[in-house]
Design a protein around this ligand. Structure first.
Ligand code: ADE
Length: 242
């Protein structure tokens, strides 16, 4: 069984979208992963296949009905422990650790919201994780689901060559990547840092580490603080001598 993304959406034509191209597209073609798209409208009620209704308590917009969302979830054979994730700006921030957890299982079910959102009760009833891809509001969860899937698919076995997989490791120790340079060595009066042309691999590794730390400190003080508190904890390898 290949890793399966089940996607519940009112816009099924948005999938696989960009994930039909490049490495993810090739992996989809060769069966490394499977894109199982469900149209929420097919589970709508009444003559107009209604999927939403007005919010109790008043206010703008419409809310997706819990019975419709549940019926769509029921149609997905998910008795195998695959997490169900609702993409919403109200969710906790998506992290690389979440991505690794999703990849380590049989797949994910992704609920894409439109309108004002989804009735809270179905989220509780079905233990649905609520995840945000950042502090901005998209017009719906579909593009967020594509982002989540892109991050998952590239980690599936065989999708990336060894050259690209190093990038994951450099982010995994909690630091941003160092800056990259290629030919020409001089461009518009800008030279590549001398150290990168020195052939001294130890010095280059040291420089790159410093650059990673500098970028993280300056651009992402939140990641830097987390990195420091992690680094100050004794690791299992270092042990503790008393
Ligand atoms: N839906 C709308 N905005 C979103 C966001 N920032 N993250 C995840 N899902 C969303």
């Amino acid at each position: 069984m290949s890793w399966t993304a089940s996607i519940l959406t009112l816009f099924p034509d948005m999938f696989p979208g960009p994930l039909g191209q490049s490495l993810a597209g090739r992996a989809l073609e060769n069966g490394t992963w499977n894109c199982d798209v469900r149209d929420l409208r097919a589970f709508g009620l009444g003559r107009h296949n209604a999927v939403d209704d007005t919010p109790f308590g008043g206010g703008a917009g419409m809310v997706m009905r819990p019975d419709v969302v549940e019926a769509a979830l029921e149609s997905v054979s998910r008795h195998d422990g695959a997490p169900c994730v609702y993409l919403t700006p109200r969710g906790r921030p998506l992290s690389q650790a979440d991505i690794r957890r999703y990849v380590s299982g049989p797949g994910v079910a992704l609920l894409c919201g439109r309108y004002e959102g989804v009735d809270e009760r179905v989220l509780e009833e079905r233990s649905i994780e609520q995840v945000s891809i950042g502090d901005y509001v998209l017009s719906g969860g579909e593009t967020a689901a594509l982002v989540l899937l892109d991050a998952c698919v590239r980690l599936l076995p065989g999708v990336m060559g060894s050259a690209e997989s190093g990038v994951e490791e450099s982010f995994s120790d909690g630091l941003l990547e160092y800056p990259l340079y290629t030919r020409p060595a001089k461009w518009k009066g800008r030279a590549v840092p001398d150290i990168l042309l020195s052939g001294n691999h130890a010095a280059i590794a040291r420089w790159r580490r410093e650059q990673s730390e500098k970028a993280t400190r300056e651009r992402r003080p939140d990641l830097w603080t987390a990195h420091l508190s992690h680094a100050s904890r004794p690791s299992v390898h270092e042990g503790h001598s008393s």
